[in-house]
Ligand binder design. Structure first.
Ligand code: ADP
Ligand code: MG
Length: 268
């Protein structure tokens, strides 16, 4: 079977290729257009925070990057590897299952609801993917998992089951798990929205440390203080489109669009 020609990716604004390139992506569920031509380039080491009202398509956008949703049109590439695309009206470029699995090892994802395996301990949750997806030895995977648990401040919880952990601790295990495959980019979808307020800080601190260590992050959050402090760039989405983007100073200090102003006036 002939593979369609891979489209040439335009270089990002800085002249270097983006680590994540999202180009004119469309996605509908039934008749509802959830993504309506989203274009976004994320550079290596960059921290991009996505803001926007509920239903604006933020989760769907993250999910298309990680193969949890297929795009209807446009394309997405991670480190130059095409995730999937369809030219308007054209044939869908479908990756093979093996290609999808290989790409997904480069992308970490952390969900609002932690999604740990309840029957596995903290360390077992973390070593699962390295053993099965990357065929690492159990000893090697465990050594790395212990390092990651230390990094998220949970060295004393190695052999504990998720139900014995607080929400904040579970989410920190989920972050360690997302890092286990040494991903090129980590996607966070409202990582603190399900937490009691007193547990939000410990999770944001872990994400902040990741940002400081140069990991490329795309973070959907309603934590405006975090966005202001940690983001290199803030992207505001509404009704399936990127309405505006800029530095935190620009977006919070001088938003240009009425919809951004209206959103910020409600959340700040
Ligand atoms: P956000 O994360 O910004 O709140 P979502 O990406 O979750 O937005 O959802 C955008 C819109 O798409 C919403 O109207 C939602 O109901 C709809 N949607 C999301 N996922 C699905 C799905 N699997 N099937 C049908 N509609 C969906
Ligand atoms: Mg969402």
């Amino acid at each position: 079977m002939n593979q369609p020609a891979v489209p040439v990716l335009e270089p990002g604004a800085t002249g270097t290729r983006g680590l994540v390139e999202i180009k004119n992506v469309h996605k509908a569920f039934g008749h509802v257009e959830v993504l309506r031509g989203v274009t976004l380039t994320v550079h290596p080491g960059e921290v991009v925070v996505i803001l926007g009202p509920s239903g604006s398509g933020k989760s769907t956008l993250l999910r298309t990057i990680n193969h949890l949703e297929k795009v209807d049109a446009g394309h997405i590439a991670v480190d130059g590897d095409l995730v999937g695309y369809r030219a308007r009206g054209g044939k869908l470029h479908e990756l093979r299952e093996r290609e999808i699995l290989a790409q997904r090892t480069h992308i970490g994802m952390v969900f609002q609801s932690f999604n740990l395996f309840p029957h596995l301990t903290a360390v077992e949750n973390i070593i699962e993917a390295p053993i099965y997806a990357q065929h690492r030895s159990k000893g090697q995977a465990r050594a790395r998992a212990l390092e990651l648990l230390e990094r998220v401040g949970l060295s004393d919880k190695t052999d504990v089951y998720p139900r014995q952990l607080s929400g904040g601790q579970q989410q920190r295990v989920a972050i360690a798990r997302a890092l286990a495959l040494e991903p090129k980019v980590v996607l966070f979808d409202e990582p603190t929205s399900a937490l009691d307020p007193e547990l939000v800080g410990e999770v944001l601190d872990v994400i902040r440390n990741l940002a400081d260590s140069g990991t490329t992050l795309i973070v959907v959050t309603h934590e405006m203080g975090f966005a202001r402090d940690v983001a290199d760039r803030v992207v505001f989405m509404d009704q399936g489109q990127i309405v505006e983007e800029g530095t935190p100073l620009q977006i919070f200090g001088a938003p240009r669009h009425e919809r951004t102003k209206a959103f910020l006036s409600k959340v700040i």
